[in-house]
Design a protein around this ligand. Structure first.
Ligand SMILES: Nc1nc2c(ncn2[C@@H]2O[C@H](COP(=O)(O)OP(=O)(O)OP(=O)(O)O)[C@@H](O)[C@H]2O)c(=O)[nH]1
Ligand SMILES: [Mg+2]
Length: 329
């Protein structure tokens, strides 16, 4: 894993470079510390790999040695992520030096392997130790409990049993927390990447305003697919997020947008389920798609404008971006 400190490409217009440099600079200064802690083998490092979409690495994982600190970018934010190896000897070491390991934590993600009943008491006891460190340091991080390894197959076979156990665990955790911290529970599994992405997006929404996350993700996505402009609109044509490489691109896409929306809607009515269109117009190619969010009945439109010379956007890039939107909106 590498530190991601890349600066924006020099080809970008000055305005956008300045904007990004400020953002990068500000976020480096105010970078939020996210602590992943919990017993050994509970899945912390696997969760981090899942967030980075480095799933293939999970099969090769070894127990994490001591504390591993990385900076990584997620939803356009620089996150300082601390993965505290959970083996007992390390846990003892962290508790001896709370300032070094626990101080300045904004978010604490505590993972519990829900398939490992035998170790629930041990996990609760360490959780209580971690809370004590925060209290000692007089900090008040958000606490997120990941009930991890909530694999679909496992839940199907053990649902009744596990539900009872999780209710007990939640009660005990709330008792420890004693309303001194804000605590939220998630069920996660590496077999449903979505469970991890959506939990993490909700966590970031506690730290940053939604508008900021939307702006940064569309910029990141547009640069990746070499778009001149991109717009996300809701069904009332209200702009949810947008990116323009320059003023000319802004003018071109804004002029074309009403035409595309009408076209997409009329196509859809006449020809069943066509929710995607590729159109070449002038020197530009446009990709337009419409999708529905689970939470609201309305549609969301994504319009991307690129130079005609660019190759087609890989569908998985579009899917990944739409997944981000799903998890944020
Ligand atoms: N069934 C299942 N196994 C998982 C899941 N996530 C991780 N694992 C497995 O759990 C084991 C431990 O995962 P790690 O990510 O190394 O655990 P860790 O918490 O980082 O452990 P330490 O580094 O020792 O603290 C690995 O064999 C993973 O493949 C999951 O969602 N479901
Ligand atoms: Mg680990």
């Amino acid at each position: 894993m590498t530190e991601d400190n890349t600066l924006p490409p020099t080809a970008a217009p000055l305005e956008s470079i300045l904007k990004q440099k400020t953002t990068l600079h500000e976020s480096l200064e105010t970078e939020d510390k996210i602590l992943f802690t919990g017993l050994d083998n509970s899945g912390k490092t696997s969760i981090i790999y899942s967030l980075k979409r480095e799933i293939s690495q999970i099969a090769l994982l070894k127990p994490t040695r001591q504390a591993q600190r990385q900076i990584f970018k997620y939803l356009g934010k620089q996150i300082s992520e601390w993965d505290l190896g959970g083996q007992e000897r390390y846990r003892i070491a962290y508790l001896k030096e709370p300032t070094k390991f626990f101080d300045k934590t904004s978010v604490c993600i505590y993972t519990i392997d829900i398939q490992d009943f035998q170790r629930f008491d041990e996990s609760l006891s360490y959780f209580s130790d971690v809370l004590d460190q925060f209290k000692k340091l007089e900090i008040n991080p958000y606490i997120f409990i990941f009930f991890h390894k909530a694999d679909p197959e496992y839940l199907k076979l053990n649902n009744v049993h596990i539900r009872g156990k999780l209710v007990d665990l939640k009660d005990q955790i709330r008792k420890f927390v004693n309303e001194e911290f804000e605590v939220t529970f998630f069920e996660t599994t590496i077999y449903e990447l979505w469970s991890i992405i959506s939990s993490f997006s909700q966590i970031l929404l506690r730290l940053y305003p939604l508008s900021e996350l939307l702006d940064q993700t569309i910029t990141e996505f547009s640069e990746k697919v070499e778009a001149d402009a991109a717009i996300v609109l809701d069904q009332n044509s209200l702009v949810i997020a947008n990116y323009f490489k320059d003023e000319a691109s802004k003018g071109t896409i804004q002029n074309s947008t009403p035409y595309f929306l009408t076209l997409l809607d009329s196509l859809d009515k006449n020809s069943g389920n066509s929710q995607e269109m590729n159109i070449n117009r002038g020197e530009k190619q446009y990709f337009i798609t419409r999708f529905t969010l689970i939470k609201s009945a309305g549609s969301i439109y994504l319009i991307i404008m690129r130079d005609l010379s660019k190759p087609v956007i890989p569908p998985n890039e579009i899917e990944a971006y739409i997944s981000m939107l799903y998890s944020l909106l």
